[in-house]
Design a protein around this ligand. Structure first.
Ligand code: ITT
Length: 191
């Protein structure tokens, strides 16, 4: 069985493929020949996820799901939030991480959460699934795996960052995995 995942982010594709291995073949935007960067002009994760999934329905007439996600830092009024991918103005993860660390310098409140909202468009209906993981922002980077803010995010109950976990380990607890699990329950593909 095939599932179309409306993303240009190779790391997200890898995480979802790993989680759905043996259950679904996952096709991303590149695989279906969609070469545009779908505009994300909404101000919520739900809004942006729905823009991405609806674009594929409109232009390719395929059922699909999309993930909009980001990091919410309590001491920064939940920034970077929906602006996570380009917080510093650039898509460069290191620049975005450096900006976060600078803004949090000297701040003892390091609380943060990763959030994913999945929009599944199926037979013209939009279904929403959410996943959240709580954690803290480290004062420096640790680990080389993962992507985005993984090197500075330490999930609660762990003493390592997401970037120190392999995909399977991150997929046991991550925001994305939680949202995906809910979608699989809905599709009765379990997980
Ligand atoms: P698509 O829109 O094509 O899916 P994107 O990277 O632009 O890819 P988003 O708009 O959802 O995706 O932005 C999410 C950003 O939030 C992402 O670029 C990372 O900086 C950050 N992020 C989301 N999930 C993350 C994770 O699991 N680990 C680290 N950073 C994450």
């Amino acid at each position: 069985k095939k599932l179309v995942f409306a993303t240009n982010n190779q790391h997200k594709t890898e995480e979802i493929r790993s989680a759905l291995e043996g259950k679904y073949e996952v096709l991303n935007l590149e695989d279906i020949g969609c070469l545009v960067d779908i505009p994300e002009t909404a101000e919520t994760f739900e809004g942006n996820a729905s823009l991405k999934s609806s674009y594929v329905v409109e232009h390719f007439n395929l059922d699909c799901f999309a993930d909009d996600s980001g990091l919410e830092i309590e001491a920064l009024n939940n920034e970077p939030g929906v602006y996570s991918a380009r917080y510093s103005g650039s898509r460069d993860s290191l620049e975005n991480i450096q900006l976060v660390l600078k803004k949090l310098e000297g701040n003892t409140n390091r609380k943060a959460r990763f959030k994913t909202v999945i929009s599944l468009m199926q037979s013209g209906q939009n279904h929403i699934f959410e996943g959240i993981i709580e954690g803290t922002i480290r004062t420096g980077l640790s680990g080389l795996k993962g992507f985005g803010y993984d090197p500075i995010f330490q999930p609660d109950g762990y003493d390592i960052t997401f970037a120190e976990m392999d995909i399977a380990e991150k997929n046991k607890i991550s925001h994305r995995a939680i949202a995906l699990k809910k979608m699989m329950g809905f599709l009765k593909g379990k997980l």
